[in-house]
Design a protein around this ligand. Structure first.
Ligand code: PLP
Length: 374
């Protein structure tokens, strides 16, 4: 890519370049599915589930239609329902809490840690009541949360743990993959994710065979035998084309995650002299896979706008915390109830990040950042 081309526009992710680099493999995989005449729950879905299970080192992977359904399926499998409470973060994509509300339960929001944007384990216990059934930590931006501390709390109070790994496939805590610590892990294969489909997709992971069996039924109308229904379930299946695409991607995932890590390291080195900008922290024992490279600074909105004028796309993940969203106004949260979460929403900015980003592009982005923040 020449400087002239990229100076025209730097996207936050570059999915068309991504496709071009694996075009032959993807086209062949899609064409095989099309010729097979088998499009739903076929050999690609079961092979992908087995391959992902062995990649993550977990007993069961059950694919589904998207990462939101994965959380809903997890909650349903654990029989979480009306009047139950589930502790989670407000600093995440809306879907994490939406899924809790979709099964009729109540999200209880806990603040996050300022340095890694993830759930603050020290603030969980005071929120536990008789109604609490589960904790859903999110491994945000690709960095594992302090999962061991969460597991300890869950054990003490007999709570389930569902890890939302939508942004962190391949991330490890103490050499163990996220999504294999809790009772259930949930993943999204939205196209921009570290392992992305060319459409929607998701998966649930669990080492518990009974939970796995229930989820397998729940994703197809609560049934394991045609026209016999044990539960009220869903239609939430990954299709064969997406599974075939994901099987190709999975073979490249480690290499892509390494490239993201190298790009993150380079951004951090380029930004090291700008005292106004806080670069991402990598916590001990964490293998951060940099779904996002998120910086913090006081004049974030100004920088966001100036970069936009230079055709550099940056995104605020997320500008309004979930507890202050209109959809959750019925929960009665007021401003200042989660001070770190609310402060972060005003300071964060995610820079362009994808495996194919070149050093030239990164240098250009930071050159423009330095014109605004010195
Ligand atoms: C943290 C988190 N949880 C859940 C989801 C939902 O995944 P999907 O878009 O596949 O439904 C996302 C997707 O962006 C996410 O980032």
């Amino acid at each position: 890519m020449t400087k002239t081309t990229y100076k025209e526009r730097v996207p936050i992710v570059d999915l068309s370049t991504h496709y071009k680099l694996i075009k032959d493999e993807i086209d062949e995989a899609i064409s095989e599915v099309l010729s097979s005449g088998h499009y739903i729950l076929g050999k690609n879905v079961s092979s992908f589930e087995q391959e992902l299970a062995s990649y993550l080192n977990v007993k069961n992977v059950i694919s589904c239609a998207n990462g939101t359904d994965a959380i809903v399926l997890a909650l349903k499998a654990l029989d979480i329902k009306t009047d139950d409470e589930v502790i989670t973060v407000s600093h995440s994509f809306f879907a994490t809490s939406e899924a809790i509300a979709l099964v009729g339960a109540k999200p209880i929001f806990v603040d996050v840690l300022e340095n890694d944007f993830n759930i603050d384990p020290l603030k969980i216990e005071s929120l536990i009541t008789k109604k609490t059934k589960a904790i859903i930590p999110v491994h945000l931006y690709g960095q594992p949360c302090e999962i061991e501390k969460i597991l300890e709390i869950a054990k003490k109070y007999n709570l389930f743990v569902i890890e939302d790994c939508a942004q962190a496939i391949g991330a490890k805590y103490k050499d163990k993959s996220v999504g294999t610590f809790g009772d259930i892990g949930t993943f999204s294969f939205f196209p921009t994710k570290n392992l992305g489909a060319f459409g929607d997709g998701g998966a649930v992971t669990t080492n518990n065979n009974n939970i796995a069996e229930k989820i397998k039924k729940l994703r197809v109308h609560g049934s394991s035998k045609r026209y016999e229904h044990e539960y009220i379930g869903f239609n939430s299946r990954l299709d064969e084309i997406q599974a075939a695409i994901l099987r190709v991607g999975l073979k490249h995932l480690n290499e892509w995650n390494l490239k993201r890590q190298e790009a993150a390291k380079y951004y951090t080195s380029l930004l090291k002299d700008i005292s106004e900008i806080v670069t991402p922290t990598i916590k001990p024992n964490c293998n951060h896979v940099f779904h996002q490279y998120t910086i913090k600074l006081k004049n974030r909105t100004h920088l966001h706008e100036k970069l936009k004028e230079n055709n550099i796309e940056t995104i605020i993940y997320y500008p309004i915390p979930i507890h202050l969203q209109k959809a959750f106004s019925y929960l009665g949260y007021k401003e200042d109830s989660l001070p770190i979460t609310e402060k972060l929403c005003t300071e964060i900015l995610s820079l362009p990040m994808y495996p194919e980003i070149t050093r030239d592009i990164q240098e250009y982005v930071i050159e423009k950042v330095k014109e605004v923040v010195t």
